[in-house]
Design a protein around this ligand. Sequence first.
Ligand SMILES: NC(=O)c1ccc[n+]([C@@H]2O[C@H](COP(=O)([O-])OP(=O)(O)OC[C@H]3O[C@@H](n4cnc5c(N)ncnc54)[C@H](OP(=O)(O)O)[C@@H]3O)[C@@H](O)[C@H]2O)c1
Length: 344
Amino acid sequence: MKYKKVVVSKRGGPEVLRVSEEDLREPSPGEVRVRILATPVCLPDVQARYGKSPFRRSIPFVPGYAVIGVVDAIGREKRYANPNPSQFSVGDQVAALTIYGGYAEHIHLPKKQLIPVPAGLDLAEAAIVILNYMVAYQSLHRSARVQSGDKVLIIGASGGIGTAFLQLGQLAGLKMYGLASQSKHAILTEYGATPIDYRTQDFVEVLRLAEPNGLDAVFDGMGGDYVDRGISILGRGGVFVEYGNPLSLPGLLKLLGKTILTNLLPNGKKARVYGTTLSQFGRQPFLDDWAALFKLLAEGKIRPVIQDRFPILEASRANARLESGLVIGNLVLLAPELMHSSMA
Ligand SMILES: NC(=O)c1ccc[n+]([C@@H]2O[C@H](COP(=O)([O-])OP(=O)(O)OC[C@H]3O[C@@H](n4cnc5c(N)ncnc54)[C@H](OP(=O)(O)O)[C@@H]3O)[C@@H](O)[C@H]2O)c1
């Protein structure tokens, strides 16, 4: 049996994404094979394709940071390794934070990487929760430990992670400001945030006037001079959280240097670097937070903003859309059966 995947075989724009076909192998011991139903299209996929990362992925590779799917084959238990056989069975709905490999009809994953997904969720929305809501949720509640009434700034507020911040921030009772292009301001006001057009306004000046005692937290996914400017508008006890990809090794070292310096200075300000791959909180907090987010999704308390849905093998078109800069919220790639049900 064969399966298809979307491969980056040279650096460049969305046009370098090509569909390729290969034999579908049986899972090795300790592995599970998952038939992918949904996978988000996010900025790290684009950055990885251009090679913008301190830890560049070598070519060829399949992008796709997170998946939701169904277990369709389970490898033998590893000899000696695991006294508890897998808790997953063929047909179970599962998710995984894959970093790479999601733009495909199937993926092979170590069993220990699987996340249980409760029944009854919209799987396109659940795919968005796995990555973008996790980044926002942990930045808010584990890195910054926000409290109701805190005054916060969200940089990049109209994007995939930005809109997750808006919804989770509203649920947490925060007073929110957000940076976004003028044409995208409506989504910020919908969730109770005050929008600032970073293209025409100096947000530091605007916020110094609006909040003379400074902010309690700033969340940034853009890096560059947003780091210094974001830290400058914190009040005493305020926390700056950087979750953006630093794009290069010098960028990463500079960010770590600024973070250390901010934490050493005696002005009460703190800086944190957040990454889903840093494993700073350990595996169990991730499982707890995914479960909490799936519960919020099931209860209708969060509702990912999905601007468009594409067939998985049309990842190139979806990437071109993301790079157009016109997207509000998220894009998601779906298997044919979910495409049909979302069009019905
Ligand atoms: N730490 C982690 O584990 C992790 C995981 C996933 C993603 N990330 C990082 O998080 C960042 C955001 O990812 P995403 O998928 O949410 O991206 P996205 O959906 O493309 O959103 C990015 C947003 O940034 C805004 N923007 C673009 N240029 C800007 C600028 N110069 N100043 C201010 N805002 C600007 C855009 O909105 P406007 O049109 O309104 O400007 C866009 O909505 C990326 O750096 C990504 O690598 C980190």
